[in-house]
Ligand binder design. Structure first.
Ligand code: PMP
Length: 400
């Protein structure tokens, strides 16, 4: 009876890791998925995570079900980390927070909420964006369209295009924004541009919907990286925010994140939270406890919190050194006069190289460098030792 099931295409991001595993060449390099590696290209478990896990073992904590909305201590600290502990929206009880299955699961919950309570409303996503956004809204049957974001001519933000597309969207649309370290371009609006974006969204009665997957990875400061979200909240707007701890705490496989809805009143927040729970119950019943306890222990404890910040600086710092070395290698080796400085201007885990699909294929087929076909490379998966090799591969792919 399953005879009629056709073969699904490989996932554009996780499929790259599958292909990488199958490659037998020693030179191979996996720059597809955005996962932090050490200089030795090994996965990294943060020391604060190990400490929090030891604490959990010592306390002999149990594995009972969590409530549908997740661990209360986690929900409290995650909203505080996002908005600042002294944010009036928190004190006024206007924030509905539900623990989600990392960033993806949290986005999916919000998509279901939109489908149910805003039938026909459109979500606007940036062009380009993280590959999974379209899947998430498609599966939730939420219509979406794109707003201009990346300008290949300037290798920067197409700010005018972005503003006019947001203006042109039907009133009351959801505008999906990357809180910081835009994936895949590594290009964020300036604070002044964020103000203008907020103006237009307010004028048009749109609802801002933030995806925050890299808090701490853009500027190196957790507070500064949340400033875009906080600006919208400070204006008294209703805001959706999906959070992920995959990258900043290295908890990729624990699937820990949250969906926050900042509402106009505490009454509304209570009702919204009840509906998020109603959506979660038949999907996965209740979320996993392990990652939630780790986050609650690290973010909720001043000593561990400070150690976390130091480790995050270490990770972000390593990525910055690799970024610099890649730029230096490209500039030294490339005799065509091409300006590679865009690499230094981009922030976060990725570099958006501008390589097209055929050139990206050359990177993989000839050089064993695995990357997504939109030209994105994860610098978090690159070592200083491999920069020269990568520069050779990029130059060869560009000019052929
Ligand atoms: N949003 C963006 C923009 C991302 O880059 C990612 C991770 N690649 C996510 C959300 C969610 O990832 P996760 O589900 O692992 O938290």
């Amino acid at each position: 009876r399953f005879e009629g099931v056709s073969m699904a295409p490989p996932d554009p991001i996780l499929g790259v890791s599958e292909a990488f595993r199958a490659d037998k060449c020693d030179l191979k390099l996996n720059l597809g998925v955005g996962a932090y590696r050490t200089e030795e290209l090994q996965p990294y478990v943060l020391n604060v995570v190990k400490k929090a896990e030891n604490l959990m073992l010592q306390r002999g904590e149990n594995k009972e079900y969590l409530p549908i909305e997740g661990l209360a201590a986690f929900n409290k600290v995650t909203a505080e980390l996002l908005l600042g502990a002294d944010n009036p929206a928190i004190h006024q009880g206007r924030v509905a927070t539900v623990q989600g299955l990392s960033g993806t699961g949290s986005l999916r919950l919000a998509a279901a909420l939109i489908e149910r309570y805003f039938p026909g409303a459109k979500v606007l996503i940036s062009s380009p964006t993280w590959g999974n956004h379209k899947n998430i809204f498609n599966d939730a049957r939420v219509p979406w369209s794109e707003y201009r974001y990346y300008d290949p001519k300037t290798v920067g933000l197409d700010f005018d295009g972005m503003i006019s597309d947001i203006k042109a969207a039907p009133e009351g649309s959801f505008i999906l924004l990357h809180g910081c370290a835009h994936n895949p371009t590594g290009i964020d609006p300036t604070p002044a541009q964020w103000e203008k974006i907020a103006d237009v969204i307010q004028e048009k009665n749109h609802i801002p919907f933030f995806d925050v997957a890299y808090q701490g990875f853009a500027s190196g400061s957790l507070d500064e990286d949340a400033s875009s979200v906080r600006l919208f909240v400070a204006r008294g707007m209703e805001v959706l925010v999906a959070q992920s701890y995959s990258k900043n705490l290295g908890l990729y496989s624990e699937r820990i994140g949250a969906m926050n809805v900042i509402c106009s009143s505490s009454d509304v927040a209570v009702r919204v939270k009840s509906q998020l729970k109603r959506i979660a119950r038949p999907m996965y019943s209740n979320p996993p406890i392990h990652g939630a306890k780790i986050v609650a222990n690290v973010v909720g404890d001043p000593t561990l919190f400070n150690e976390w910040k130091e480790e995050m600086e270490l990770m972000a710092g390593r990525i910055k050194t690799v970024r610099q070395k890649l730029f230096d290698s490209l500039s030294a080796k490339d005799k065509s006069g091409k300006d590679w400085s865009f690499i230094l201007k981009q922030i976060g885990m990725f570099s958006f190289t501008g390589l097209n699909k055929a050139q990206s294929d050359n990177m993989t087929d000839k050089w064993h460098v695995y990357m997504t076909k939109d030209g994105r490379i994860s610098l978090a998966g690159l070592s200083l030792a491999k920069c020269e090799y990568l520069a050779d591969a990029i130059i060869d792919s560009y000019h052929n």
